[in-house]
Design a protein around this ligand. Structure first.
Ligand SMILES: Nc1ncnc2c1ncn2[C@@H]1O[C@H](COP(=O)(O)OP(=O)(O)O)[C@@H](O)[C@H]1O
Ligand SMILES: [Mg+2]
Length: 306
């Protein structure tokens, strides 16, 4: 049986009339990477900052590592690590000096040089923070989030604004934390990141979780079957398959497959009506397809466009 390290019941956060988090329930299991995926303004930071004991909930019950958040926040803070959204360290201190400074704030602390190797910054240890690239800065931030040897680590959009190479290096660091048995709560608006890193994820929109599970469960529950694409089918193919819900995109026709006979119907109809096309492709919906379907947000290159 997996043990829950966080249990949330009926969490709500209002800012005046705005309901940023709306009656959310959630359980987070020991040792998992759990991602909260959602567009800007969904309520991700509000949710994690309440768990980090930084913001106060309007209502709801939260238990973290066996402590009630209302009465046990001091003990909870000792056992969690935080990389805030848009993190910054001291510009004029080196990598090592920064990590050492933050480690000094806790009585329980990890070894500074071990942390530097954990984030793979051995050759940058004496470089000033301000001279590091965005990806390296984020890795310093992850090391700082680990200075008190926490059991749970919160990473709020750790890869936003990084180029794909730097993003992948941060993923490797996150995988390393997981391998060390830490529970990681990650917020992101990158689909691929959530899909490849998470054991489980929640899609958040307008303060609510609208999907929850492993990436493949979410795709299975909300993706609605395989997607058949008839490349180069054009208007003719679209019309002949209209009753199956065919949609035209550029010159290609897309149909969601509902049962296994659908594919036979498609091929038969194209053949019967003598419709020419280039190729038929069958693919499983991606997390991106699911996200688009659930939130109505459009995405380019795996990144959300608001
Ligand atoms: N301190 C605050 N005061 C008022 N409104 C806020 C505050 N923080 C966030 N909000 C609003 O709450 C909603 C959720 O914000 P946030 O939790 O930052 O979302 P996300 O991290 O998913 O982008 C947004 O509409 C945002 O404008
Ligand atoms: Mg945020």
């Amino acid at each position: 049986m997996e043990r829950n390290v966080i249990t949330i019941r009926g969490l709500t956060k209002k800012y005046g009339n705005l309901v940023a988090v709306n009656n959310v329930d959630l359980e987070i299991r020991a040792g998992e990477v759990f991602s909260i995926l959602g567009p800007n303004g969904a309520g991700k930071t509000t949710t994690v900052e309440i768990l980090e004991c930084i913001r106060k909930a309007t209502s709801g019950e939260i238990e973290i590592l066996g402590h009630d958040l209302m009465t046990g926040s001091k003990e909870i803070r000792r056992q969690i690590g935080v990389l805030p959204q848009e993190f910054n360290a001291f510009d004029l201190l080196t990598v090592r000096e920064n990590i050492k400074f933050f480690a000094g704030m806790y009585d329980r602390r990890a070894d500074v040089d071990e942390l530097i190797s954990l984030v793979d910054l051995e050759d940058k240890r004496d470089v000033c923070f301000k001279n590091l690239s965005g990806g390296l800065k984020q890795r310093v931030g992850i090391a700082i989030s680990m200075v008190n040897d926490p059991r749970i680590v919160f990473l709020d959009e750790p890869t936003t604004g990084l180029d794909p190479g730097a993003r992948r290096e941060v993923w490797e660091v996150i995988r390393g934390l997981r391998a060390k048995g830490r529970t990681i709560i990650l917020t992101t608006h990158y689909m691929e990141e959530a899909e490849v890193l998470s054991d489980r994820l929640a899609i958040m929109n307008n303060g609510k979780f609208i999907a929850l599970g492993s990436p493949s469960e979410v795709i299975e529950d909300h993706g609605g079957g395989q997607i058949c694409t008839i490349l180069g089918g054009g208007l003719a193919a679209m019309h002949s398959l209209k009753d199956m819900g065919a949609e035209l995109k550029d010159n290609d026709v897309m149909i969601q497959i509902r049962d296994k006979d659908d594919l036979v119907r498609i091929v038969t109809s194209l053949d019967h009506n003598d419709i020419s096309y280039d190729e038929i492709i069958l693919r499983r919906p991606s997390l991106e397809d699911v996200f688009l379907k659930l939130t109505g947000h459009t995405i380019e290159g795996g990144e959300l466009i608001d």
